[in-house]
Design a protein around this ligand. Structure first.
Ligand SMILES: NC(=O)c1ccc[n+]([C@@H]2O[C@H](COP(=O)([O-])OP(=O)(O)OC[C@H]3O[C@@H](n4cnc5c(N)ncnc54)[C@H](O)[C@@H]3O)[C@@H](O)[C@H]2O)c1
Ligand SMILES: O=CCc1c[nH]c2ccc(O)cc12
Length: 525
């Protein structure tokens, strides 16, 4: 890997070009340094999706390595939990500052390992340091409560960290997920062991190094690499207090089962098949822009994508034509180039899976208006990459596979509807609810408060805090939507509660109170 000195001297874009990056340093991080794992079960390769090239080979951590990571994290937790909120705040702010300073470099690494355009990766890094700043701000103001009791007694609550928390990440937002999980955990005084997806093992190491540089004690944030087996060792470890997971529904269910066995709290951020409803009174250019964003950002590999696009019948043709026109203009290619808007999918098997969804959609009666084919860019070094053309499907029905299942690729399914009542019924008819978007000018009328557009139908929510109903405003000021439950498209993670426990203490101040609260002796002499 290029040395940090080189990175510091040149802008990342000047020294990073597709087809050149390799990682030769260890990809585990423990005790404040990169380490080779103490044991392992097999090796994995990480790819550069733009070229199909291997950029790293690493060992999947075994039981010994997981135990060492937990031990180190426990030791660091003992000091970190005693820090005041202000002290933790300072460290997190410093980490945020470094991320901001190294934004271009981190974004380039993210692009190389994930395939998303560098333009988008930079936005991800912005939301990463912003997340650290946000939790830094909260750390200093975490406080318990004081409760007055009868007879002059009082009770109080203390907010206590849980201990060693495990973060398990998906591959679509590798650096951002590591930040969104670790920032609230560390702000509350916990330690974290983070396991990235084996497809994207690289950028979490940059975060680990930044935390160390910022003053996080060695061992407080460790990285272990591996897949399902390593993840299981982490979830089942008796000294792990909590698991925060981002990934698919089937894996989430397994994580919940393992956590239940250990009575561990768990946060799950899972998949979705979210509806995007376009009413005929919408601002059309805005709605088209929203539909493109909600389906094609990060090659469509986004959990809360609005992939079921319900369009009111009287604007269906006009809306669809404009969506297709703009989709065909999306520039596909080398994701490190500034004007590229769509890079490759994460890997070969995933590309095949997405193309298969398109084939099946056609077979089931959907019309492919554009895209849905493998794509080979002209640049010879990109020939081995995992590209496809973004796809718009129409004539879709609710019972089609492309409408029911999460595709996690650049495939938009357009469905038509007549009435509001009908579309609400159909949009809610999924076990895969995660987010929802609505384009309408209905805010100009009074939108009654019980007129919540959609509710997620599963408990998996986006971001630790949960986004619930997610209205994609595509740049429209929030004030224009009174009565809707508003969330920006980019949301912050606000669930501190998941990373701490509240302890309730009852104290007695005066004689009378002391008497009434005295416990009977625990044993009789
Ligand atoms: N709701 C959200 O916030 C959110 C965000 C990003 C991605 N996602 C979802 O993630 C999915 C795509 O990510 P993915 O393919 O990496 O998901 P995945 O479930 O295959 O893997 C996610 C992580 O879990 C690990 N893992 C796999 N099996 C495990 C097991 N048995 N025990 C412990 N860990 C295990 C993997 O190694 C990986 O690190 C999509 O469904 C997407 O919607 C959700
Ligand atoms: O992919 C789903 C939405 C999303 C984007 N970035 C992040 C980071 C962490 C999450 O839990 C969800 C998401």
């Amino acid at each position: 890997m290029l040395s940090r000195t080189v990175w510091a001297l040149c802008p990342a874009s000047a020294i990073m070009s597709t087809g050149t990056f390799v990682v030769s340093q260890p990809l585990n991080y423990r005790g404040g340094a990169r380490v080779n794992p103490a044991d392992g079960s097999g090796t994995e390769k990480a790819f550069e999706p733009a070229t199909g090239r291997v950029i790293a080979t690493f060992t999947c951590s075994g039981e010994k390595e997981v135990n060492l990571a937990v031990e180190d994290a426990r030791a660091a937790f003992r000091t970190w939990k005693k820090k005041s909120g202000m002290e933790r705040c300072r460290v997190l702010l410093e980490a945020a500052r470094i991320i901001r300073e190294r934004k271009d470099e981190i974004a380039a690494v993210e692009t190389i390992n994930n395939g998303k355009s560098v333009f988008e990766a930079r936005l991800d890094i912005d939301t990463s340091w912003q997340c650290l700043e946000y939790y830094a701000g909260l750390a200093g103001s975490l406080a318990g409560e004081h409760i007055q009791l009868p007879g002059g007694s009082f009770g109080y609550t203390r907010r206590e960290p849980l201990g060693v928390c495990v973060g398990i990440g998906a591959w679509n937002y590798p650096f951002q997920i590591a930040c969104w999980k670790s920032a609230p955990a560390l702000a509350c005084g916990n330690a974290m062991i983070f396991k990235p997806s084996p497809f994207t093992p690289v950028s979490a190491l940059l975060l680990a190094e930044i935390y160390t540089q910022a003053g996080v004690p060695p061992g407080l944030f460790n990285v272990v690499q591996g897949g399902a087996a390593t993840g299981q060792l982490l979830c089942q470890h008796q000294d792990v207090a909590k698991v925060s997971f981002t990934g698919s529904v089937p894996t989430g269910s397994k994580i919940m089962e393992m956590s239940a066995k250990g009575i561990k709290p768990v946060t799950l951020e899972l998949g979705g098949k979210s509806p995007l409803i376009i009413f005929s009174d919408c601002d059309m250019p805005n709605a088209v822009k929203g539909a493109l964003m909600a389906n094609f950002l990060t090659q469509g590999e986004v959990c809360c994508n609005g992939t079921r696009v319900f369009v009111q019948k009287d604007i269906l043709d006009k809306f669809t034509a404009e969506v297709v026109r703009q989709t065909q203009k999306i520039k596909i290619g080398d994701p490190l180039l500034e004007d590229t808007r769509m890079g490759p999918l994460i890997n070969g098997p995933h590309l095949e899976r997405v193309l298969e969804f398109v084939r099946l959609a056609r077979e089931q009666g959907a019309k492919v208006l554009c895209g849905g084919d493998p794509y080979v860019p002209e640049d010879p070094k990109l020939k081995g990459g995992y590209y496809m053309t973004p796809c718009v499907l129409t004539d879709c029905r609710d019972d089609m596979t492309c409408v029911k299942e999460e595709i996690f690729g650049p495939v938009m399914s357009i469905l038509s509807f007549d009435t509001e009542a009908e579309v609400l019924e159909r949009a809610n008819n999924t076990s895969f609810g995660l987010a929802a978007g609505v384009f309408t000018r209905v805010w100009q009328r009074e939108w009654p408060s019980d007129h919540r557009v959609l509710l997620p139908t599963q408990d998996s929510v986006c971001g630790d805090g949960g986004c619930g109903v997610c209205v994609l405003t595509a740049g429209r000021p929030k004030e224009e939507h009174p009565g809707t439950q508003q969330h920006d498209f980019q949301m912050l993670n606000v669930d501190l509660g998941a990373f701490e426990k509240r302890l309730y203490f009852q104290l007695s101040q005066q004689g009378a109170g002391r008497q009434s609260l005295e416990l009977p002796p625990l044993s009789h002499a």
